[in-house]
Design a protein around this ligand. Structure first.
Ligand SMILES: [Zn+2]
Length: 484
């Protein structure tokens, strides 16, 4: 997707040919079975454009990395239901106390809220990129044994860690909701650690209504463990770094770059080498005229001004209207990210919201709808056969992303800068290439080669291990450009 963007050069952009090159070193070092793109968002109201842009970037990056490195990719969405729902001050000490969304609304309502804010958006992105995702609430994440064990591992090192995660005063913000009213001291001023062992730690916390209470944290105790943002990221990233099979990529808004040193120092204290840490992939920030990050909360409190022609859609993406359609919004957003990915100079920078508005609307309806077609890269000789209409069956092994292809869907085959749009008529699954070639008309797969030659050719491309995933015959027909 070519968008009319002008960007200056940077050290990073200069070092890369394509934006995806950024991950090449880490994939070579770790040889992961899967690359997981992780995005976290506080569940505290309708998303604004910055949030959606980062989430969309995770899906599009997952697709591009899968295509570039032939590695399985997924997206994990952490819905932070520990966001503060209500804050009040202790009338005597003036310490802040907070109640999380999870505790104010309950699990069922928080799940419902998350579903209503994000499910359709993620489903739409998953469909466009054929990337699988999972949605995890923070309340579920903190309850997993892996998260708690990693947290317990940090406690013996707390003397060194505390200045990394709380550089202002060295008090680690560990919060446990009061068992009676769910209020928790926000900065943990009166939280004390009574004992720590490898598998178990006992804490004492203070509620200004209900006094002192004890909390036991083990791999499976039911205490709700809430941490400040920096501390939570340290625990989460350490847990991700421990996974030998999966390379974690934290997809974060560019403003996070300023905070990551503190997280790095903490992970260094825990003994991780820089080359073992999860990757941080920063996405473009959306800025106002003053160069400040667009902040929905500052605008709603009247502390940040935006001009009146003001793109209400930037703040509440439900208002985005080209043709008044949510699908168009998703198409434009994917198109925007594709345009940014087109050149590393366009991706590793920030944009004013005026520029974002212009780029979203600069996409023709045809170009936007192309984003609904799934991109499939293919060798030139097969591409030519598809483009000429001679090849109407494409063969693939049964990766989960391929199994998502459905009849009626548009597939865009791409090779060496040329593309050809097709529509899926049918998709049939077989247990082996032998079975596939027995049942399918091999002249539709390749009219120029014998059955035996073709069988030898696919065996050359796909290992037995890949064949064991199942094999797919995807029946396609050529489409004119610009069809919906
Ligand atoms: Zn209480």
């Amino acid at each position: 997707m070519n968008l009319p963007i002008t960007s200056p050069n940077t050290v990073l952009a200069n070092a890369l040919n394509q934006t995806v090159d950024l991950l090449r070193a880490r994939i070579a070092l770790k040889r992961p079975k899967r690359v997981d793109f992780i995005v976290g968002t506080q569940i505290n109201g309708t998303p604004h454009l910055g949030t959606n842009l980062t989430q969309c970037a995770a899906f599009v990056l997952a697709r591009e990395i899968r295509n570039a490195f032939s590695v399985d990719t997924t997206v994990t969405f952490n819905a932070l239901d520990n966001a503060p729902y209500h804050i009040e001050l202790d009338p005597e000490s003036f310490h802040s106390y907070q109640i999380t969304y999870r505790h104010a609304l309950g699990l069922e309502a928080v799940t419902e809220l998350t579903e209503s804010l994000y499910r359709a958006f993620f489903e739409g992105l998953s469909e466009r990129t054929a990337v699988d995702y999972r949605l995890q609430l923070y309340s579920e994440q903190q309850a997993t044994p892996a998260f708690r064990q990693t947290f317990l591992k940090t406690l013996p090192l707390r003397e060194q860690l505390r200045w990394c995660v709380s550089p202002a005063n060295g008090i680690m913000h560990v919060r446990f909701p009061c068992p009676y009213c769910f209020k928790a001291e926000k900065r943990g001023e009166r939280m004390r650690i009574l004992s720590t062992e490898r598998e178990c730690a006992i804490f004492e916390a203070f509620c200004f209504d209900h006094g002192l209470y004890e909390v036991v944290v083990t791999a499976d105790s039911d205490a709700f463990l809430d941490l400040s943002t920096l501390y939570r990221n340290v625990v989460k990233e350490a847990q991700i770094a421990d996974d030998q099979n999966v390379l974690g990529v934290m997809v974060k808004g560019g403003d996070w770059a300023f905070a990551c040193q503190l997280v790095d120092w903490a992970l260094g204290v825990l003994g991780y080498k820089a080359s073992e840490l999860p990757v941080r992939w920063f996405t473009p920030q959306i800025l106002t005229e003053t160069g400040a990050k667009l902040s929905k909360s500052l605008i709603s409190r009247g502390e940040m001004e935006v001009p009146s022609q003001a793109f209400s859609w930037v703040l509440d993406t439900h208002d985005f209207e080209i043709e008044g359609d949510f699908e168009d919004y998703l198409d434009s957003l994917v198109g925007l990210i594709m345009g940014m990915l087109d050149d590393p100079k366009h991706f590793f920078r920030s944009y004013s919201y005026l520029e974002i508005d212009r780029l979203m609307k600069a996409q023709s309806p045809e170009a936007r709808r192309e984003n609904r077609a799934r991109l499939i890269r293919i060798y030139r000789k097969y591409f030519d056969l598809i483009a000429s209409g001679k090849k109407t069956i494409e063969i693939r092994v049964g990766y989960s992303s391929m199994k998502k292809i459905k009849p009626g869907q548009l597939l865009r085959f791409v090779s060496q800068g040329e593309s050809c749009l097709t529509r899926v008529i049918d998709i049939r699954e077989y247990s082996s290439f032998d079975e596939l070639f027995e049942k399918e008309d091999f002249t539709k797969i390749n009219p120029d080669k014998s059955k035996a030659e073709q069988l030898a050719e696919v065996r050359n491309i796909f290992s037995r291990e890949k064949e064991a995933l199942g094999v797919l015959a995807i029946e396609i027909t050529r489409q004119d450009e610009g069809v919906k």
